[in-house]
Design a protein around this ligand. Sequence first.
Ligand SMILES: *Cc1c(COP(=O)(O)O)cnc(C)c1O
Length: 246
Amino acid sequence: MTGTAPAERRAELAKNLAVVRERIARACLHAGRAADEVTLVVVTKTFPDSDVRLLYELGVRDVGENRDQEAAPKAAACADLPGLTWHFIGQLQTNKAKSVAGYAHVVHSVDRLRLVTALDRAAQQAGRVLTCLVQVNLDPVAPEETGRGGAAPADVPRVAEAIAAAEALRLGGVMAVAPLGVDPAAAFARLADVANALRQDHPDATMVSAGMSGDLEAAIGAGATHVRIGTAVLGSRPTLRYRPNR
Ligand SMILES: *Cc1c(COP(=O)(O)O)cnc(C)c1O
């Protein structure tokens, strides 16, 4: 961040990463799972590409972003880092599919048929294959009212089927954000049910993206394979959003 010397920032990120990795290891131990069953996706939204580079030096290979306007230039600025996987985790408008398909490897927020069509067309044009997760809305309130995206659990099979049938998309599994005011463990247990049902028809769709800084233990306890961690690694998000070439 502005005003922080790179060495200082590196030390801060290293310390935070160690804490988060330890939390993941403990949660796995507690759940009787192997630590390598869980992938840490560091959510770098609002932070500069210099932080992505420092994280890369510290061994991070999976980063997450939620806005295309910010992610596209950041991914371009980091294109020289081999083996870095970009996860798109935010609500995605159909007209942004073309851009996202140019740099993202995994899209966690696929929640409707029109988006499947748009992503498939864009991935084909880019000559790329995208792994897609069906975002599940676990809110007891209707998705349209919460505005946070996600398919209703009953609609998940239809969206999954469309992804599986698409030429340039691969069905990875499911993703969810624990709704506000609900016990995260209960929400993630519901997600686990949806994930298990999906695997009956799509045995390779094994990814379960769940858990953020505040609830990663509950998510790992319920079978998460990917946790999306922002604040606990990078600190509080700045109010000014990242801008390329600032
Ligand atoms: C920002 C964000 C995260 C990370 O949240 P933290 O609480 O900062 O760890 C995870 N998932 C999604 C979808 C996000 O938008």
